[in-house]
Structures are given as structure tokens and as C-alpha cells.
Ligand binder design. Structure first.
Ligand code: ZN
Length: 235
């Protein structure tokens, strides 16, 4: 894991910092600061959108030169070269001051580390306004919509099954076949009687099945899916 915020200081004592930040409208950005650490040194910053941060990462991966302009008119330019990759942040001028550029020279050999940090900061910024429980709720809804189409039910129940292996490592929808079809699941118990085979798969069973190759994982997935189904939409 890369540290967030991340800072890189070059040989000329200029520092580049990436940190996640939230704009006035609630939008998330990657805040890129370039500072001359000398006393009285200049500072410039640009706020990249998540999309711009991702594009910057691609640019660095491909060693392309590029410039990104933020919503305030500040810019970040990169010019990857064999040994050095300068990052230039330019603060847009206003009525009081002219524009100011602060240049941080990153060793090209350290670009992978800088890219990892940039990605980590972008991930954090992106995740900041979408808490994990919100992402999970969206995933549940998407799955429910899909199940509704596929099996006609938003929160179907699941069971562990034997597929073609000797162990119960598969997962399938609970078979709801009734009447004559239900007899498919009644098998000889080996001593003249009959028993119900809830882990078998027959012609009557829904085709939604998958293999986990693990008895533990199959049991766990079924537990989780059924706990989720039983909670219904009241999450
Ligand atoms: Zn069945």
C-alpha cells in the first residue's frame, strides 16, 4: 500500500504531494501540490478530477507528455524523458499576481512508485464519497435485478450441490419443483427406504449453478447469499 498523502522531494528540494480532497460541490479531486521548500519558495497546486488522475497515470505509463487543466485554470504538465520526468504545476495568474510555475523533477526510475501513489490517492478520493456499504447496496440491487430476469425472483434461495465431483462444492438455486417433478429429489436410502436428496441436481432443477471447487467456499457462499436473500430489501 502506498501512503496517502504521498510526497516526493527532488534533489533541488522541490516537493510534489498528492492527496485526496473534496471540492465545494462535493466532487472529489486529487490535489497535486508542487512546493519549492526553500524559504519563501513558491507553491502551486492543481486539482485533478478522478478522470484526469487516471489519464495522468496512463500518460506516465506510456511516457507521453501531457498537460491537465483544472477547474480554476491551474495546470499540471508532465514531460517524461529517459532519466527525469519533470512535473510542472502552474498556478493561473489573477488580478493580484501573475502565473507561477513550480517544477519538481522526478527520477524516471521512481515513476512506478509515483504512479502507485497517484492511483492509491485517486482510489481513495473516488471511494471517499461512496462508502463501502453504499457500494455493497448497489451491488445487491444489481444482483437482484439480474436474478429477477434470470430466475424470476429478486432474492432467491441457494443450496450446496454435488456437481460432477465427489464433494459438495457446487452452488445452485434451491429447486422449487413441485408435484411429480419433486420426486426427482427422492432417492433410495440404501436400506429399502427413501430419503430426500437436497444436494443433488435433476432435470427439474434451475440451471443456475456454479462450481467453487471448495466445500468450505460453497458452504460459505450459500450462507452469505441466503442471509442476503432473507434480509430482503430492508437493508
Ligand atoms: Zn429439482
Amino acid at each position: 500500500m502506498s501512503a496517502v498523502p504521498y510526497a516526493y522531494t527532488d534533489a533541488q528540494n522541490h516537493r510534489l504531494t498528492f492527496r485526496p480532497t473534496t471540492g465545494a460541490t462535493g466532487r472529489q479531486y486529487v490535489w497535486v501540490d508542487a512546493e519549492n521548500l526553500a524559504v519563501g519558495g513558491a507553491t502551486a497546486s492543481a486539482w485533478l478530477t478522478i478522470e484526469q488522475a487516471r489519464a495522468l497515470d496512463l500518460t506516465l505509463a506510456n511516457r507521453f507528455a501531457a498537460e491537465f487543466t483544472d477547474h480554476m485554470g491551474d495546470t499540471l504538465g508532465v514531460r517524461p524523458a529517459d532519466d527525469f520526468t519533470p512535473f510542472e504545476v502552474t498556478r493561473a495568474g489573477d488580478d493580484d499576481e501573475g502565473p507561477e510555475t513550480v517544477r519538481v523533477v522526478v527520477l524516471t526510475g521512481r515513476l512506478p512508485e509515483v504512479r502507485l501513489a497517484l492511483a492509491a490517492v485517486a482510489d481513495q478520493a473516488e471511494g471517499a464519497h461512496r462508502p463501502a456499504n453504499e457500494l455493497l447496496a448497489e451491488a445487491r440491487e444489481a444482483a437482484a435485478d439480474m436474478f429477477e430476469v434470470e430466475v424470476g425472483e429478486r432474492r432467491p434461495m441457494w443450496r450446496v450441490i454435488y456437481t460432477d465431483s465427489e464433494s459438495p462444492t457446487g452452488v445452485a438455486l434451491v429447486c422449487t419443483a413441485e408435484g411429480a417433478d419433486d420426486e426427482h429429489h427422492v432417492i433410495d436410502d440404501g436400506s429399502g427406504g427413501s430419503t430426500r436428496d437436497d444436494q443433488g441436481v435433476y432435470d427439474c432443477c434451475p440451471s443456475t449453478q456454479f462450481e467453487t471447487y471448495s466445500t468450505v467456499l460453497a458452504a460459505y457462499v450459500v450462507e452469505v447469499l441466503n442471509a442476503d436473500a432473507e434480509r430482503g430489501d430492508s437493508v
